[in-house]
Design a protein around this ligand. Structure first.
Ligand SMILES: Nc1nc2c(c(=O)[nH]1)N[C@@H](CN(C=O)c1ccc(C(=O)N[C@@H](CCC(=O)O)C(=O)O)cc1)CN2
Ligand SMILES: [Mg+2]
Length: 348
């Protein structure tokens, strides 16, 4: 994608500054950028271009096409059509929306799917029994339990009950273990989404400074695992120098770390935590945050990320929006994981 934009911006800027310096040297003037005449032709192009906004919706479309074609090939070869099963507990509105998006996308791409609804009073035993039944069902390629679960259910026990080969969320302890050991595995969809955004946009990570803000086991941790690990291992990594910040990182330290980062992944769940003064010019900013906030003008709920998008886009090289960034890519990666599960399923 538009990697040259950022380069062009910097190059233009360097060129402009160089000719300004040459001009000043020729006219024997001291260069004091504070007293630079802002109307001079040199200064007009000192104005920075805004970041390339990376559309997760567009990238997700690319992945959908690839997944659709993989499914068509699998089926044409006489294999079973991939099937995604989802277990959805309770009546959380957002969870229902996400699950609907998953099953809708599955059917658009040529997969079958099913959602099993349970009330929030469901017992852990009933959940485990359901999962064991689905694990054995050969018509199901991929299985996921939508999170969060009610407080009386042990989320870890549920994630570990899903058969690792059907675990399209990559939350089973075996898949997490493999991820940490750089082995081929089901990569959690949000982390896989961030990885694909970086790769498909041409954002460099080898030897670069990456700051992951947020250390959740389902998002921040797997993203950091992917980005710091070795590109030549079985499950290739980004070979970056990764630093993780979290709620115990003092704000001045967060600012310091962010100002050194070539890539910032914001996954803290704190609206507008990352502000323009923190980030390095030209950095790539990936916003994983999904926060619902009341708009002070309209009073309506509005979706905002962990990044102050409007201000940061004036300084960054690349930036993902919320909505329309990591979110749609997360759904696309669940689809990709389901096809991988179908491909790896035994044919007997
Ligand atoms: N079992 C899982 N539970 C949860 C996961 C997960 O990966 N597996 N992640 C999140 C929810 N999630 C997917 O399940 C998810 C969240 C957001 C989006 C998305 O497309 N967001 C849109 C905005 C939509 C909105 O909320 O209005 C966007 O960012 O453009 C997709 C998937 C927690 N649970
Ligand atoms: Mg998004």
């Amino acid at each position: 994608m538009a990697a040259p934009t950022a380069l062009t911006v910097n190059y233009t800027r360097i060129q402009t500054l160089t000719s300004y310096f040459q001009h000043c040297r020729r006219s024997k003037r001291w260069i004091n950028l504070k007293t630079v005449n802002r109307r001079s032709p040199f200064c007009q192009s000192l104005k920075r271009h805004v970041a390339t906004v990376v559309s997760g919706t567009e990238l997700a479309r690319q992945i959908h096409k690839e997944v659709q074609s993989d499914i068509a090939k699998l089926v044409a070869q006489g294999n079973r059509r991939p099937h995604l099963s989802v277990i959805l507990v309770g009546d959380d509105h957002a969870s229902h929306t996400y699950v609907r998006n998953k099953t809708r996308t599955a059917s658009l791409l040529g997969m079958s799917s099913s959602t099993i609804f349970r009330p929030s009073s469901v017992s852990q035993e009933e959940m485990l029994e359901l999962i064991y039944k689905f694990n054995k069902d050969r018509s199901i390629s991929g299985l996921l339990v939508q999170l969060p679960l009610p407080a009386h259910i042990n989320e870890r026990a549920i994630c570990n009950a899903v058969a690792p080969e059907k675990d399209v969320d990559g939350f089973h302890i075996v898949n997490i273990g493999k991820l940490c050991l750089d082995q081929r595995c089901m990569v959690p969809a949000t982390a896989a989404a961030v990885w694909e955004i970086i790769r498909r946009t041409g954002i460099e990570t080898v030897g670069k400074n990456v700051l992951v803000v947020g250390r959740s086991k389902n998002v921040g941790m797997p993203i950091a695992m992917l980005l710091h690990s070795d590109r030549n291992h079985e499950r290739p990594g980004g070979d970056a120098t990764v630093i993780m910040a979290h709620r115990c990182t003092p704000l001045p330290r967060l600012k310091e770390l962010a100002s050194l980062a070539d890539v910032v992944i914001a996954a803290a769940g704190v609206p507008h935590l990352i502000t323009a003064d923190m980030v390095k010019e030209g950095a790539a900013i990936i916003d994983v945050g999904i926060n619902r906030m009341q708009d002070p003008v309209t009073g309506k709920l509005r979706l905002v990320g962990d990044v102050d998008f409007e201000a940061v886009k004036e300084k960054a090289g690349f930036i993902t929006p919320v909505p329309g960034g990591v979110g749609p890519m997360t759904i696309a990666m669940v689809m990709k994981n389901t096809v991988t599960a179908a491909k790896n399923a035994p044919t007997y």
